[in-house]
Design a protein around this ligand. Structure first.
Ligand SMILES: CC/C=C\C/C=C\C/C=C\C=C\CC(=O)SCCNC(=O)CCNC(=O)[C@H](O)C(C)(C)COP(=O)(O)OP(=O)(O)OC[C@H]1O[C@@H](n2cnc3c(N)ncnc32)[C@H](O)[C@@H]1OP(=O)(O)O
Length: 294
């Protein structure tokens, strides 16, 4: 019998539930996952109640089924820690926050895995967007497509200055950002800017992202984490209950919309991605990425 998503989550939690506290760690800092080969590195500072989640899948932190699953498990675990109040999402590879979804999950896919991949992304998005935690994205590098989406699920975005770009560029790959990607963008930058950005597949410079409100702050790369930590202190001055209910009122309807159409969205995604023309577009885009190096 197929396991429900939550059953799979519980299975995953029990597999990686042990908290590892390396001898060298400060006593206030608990490591949920610190092994260098973990795809997601998570630690919780018991003193501040702030967790840090680092994407750790070099070279570009592209999101495959395993990374999405690990993130979902880690977030679920943090949210059940009653003393955890905030989370900073960042990357262990300065220069790349996240290259978005792993295109290899969508290119010549096996249908079962493709379905599970999309469902896991949906679940992660719902958890992140509706999280009881105050969440801040410390965007320390490029953040296209799914990378931009992840940052948009946070309550506040700080990006590193430099040549990095951010945006929902799906149309450049010949694919279409689904309604819940669009909703997240509309809720952040408004309808008109979303129309322009998504149709053109705009990748914004940090300066332009700041102008349209896609990010909240643009700071030098070495200041990204300390700015995130400083900003988090402000968010945590607000009583959790009031902040969480306010967030729920503002974001709940958007989360509910996906929850109500989740199965149809999976069918739609699978039908769309497996079309010959879409596979051709993905192939051309992958070739373009490889050619770029030569
Ligand atoms: C009607 C609608 C109905 C339903 C909805 C239907 C469809 C919606 C479906 C999907 C939505 C998808 C959202 C996405 O996230 S798609 C992914 C988009 N991502 C990108 O466009 C980013 C591509 N990557 C880059 O631009 C660059 O890699 C970079 C700027 C992030 C980093 O540049 P670098 O120069 O530092 O690194 P590279 O040399 O380019 O890359 C190294 C290595 O990694 C490979 N790679 C890069 N990105 C990805 C990726 N997203 N997935 C898989 N692989 C990736 C790249 O090819 C290189 O590989 P090799 O070393 O050459 O093997």
């Amino acid at each position: 019998m197929a396991l429900s998503f939550s059953a799979k989550l519980m299975r995953g939690v029990s597999r990686c539930a042990a908290l590892v506290t390396p001898k060298t760690a400060p006593t206030s800092c608990r490591y949920f996952s610190s092994a260098e080969n973990s795809r997601v590195l998570v630690n919780l500072n018991d003193k501040t109640g702030v967790a840090t989640m680092q994407l750790n899948r070099p070279p570009v932190n592209s999101l495959n089924l395993e990374v999405l699953t690990d993130m979902t498990i880690a977030l679920d675990k943090l949210q059940t820690e009653k003393d955890c109040r905030g989370m900073i999402l960042t990357s262990s590879s300065p220069g790349i926050f996240c290259a978005g979804l792993d295109i290899m999950e969508m290119y010549n896919p096996q249908e079962d895995r493709l379905r599970e991949f999309w469902r896991t992304l949906q679940e992660l998005w719902k958890m992140m967007y509706g999280s009881r935690l105050a969440t801040i994205a410390a965007i320390n590098g490029h953040s296209p497509a799914g990378g931009c989406l992840l940052s948009l699920t946070c309550d506040y975005r700080i990006m590193a200055q430099g040549k990095f770009t951010i945006g929902l560029n799906e149309t450049l790959l010949g694919i279409v950002a689904p309604f819940w990607f669009q909703d997240t963008m509309v809720n952040t930058v408004g309808h008109r800017e979303t129309e322009r950005a998504l149709q053109l597949g705009l990748l914004y410079s940090g300066e332009n992202a700041l102008k349209v409100g896609l990010i909240d702050e643009l700071v030098s790369p070495e200041k990204v984490m300390e700015t995130a930590e400083g900003q988090m202190q402000m968010w945590l001055k607000i009583p959790d209950f009031a902040r969480q209910l306010t967030k729920e009122q503002l974001r709940g309807p958007t989360v509910q919309k996906l929850a109500q159409h989740q199965e149809a969205d999976i069918d739609h995604f699978v039908n769309f991605i497996t079309k010959k023309a879409i596979q051709k577009s993905l192939e051309m885009y992958l070739n373009m990425l490889k050619q770029k190096k030569k």
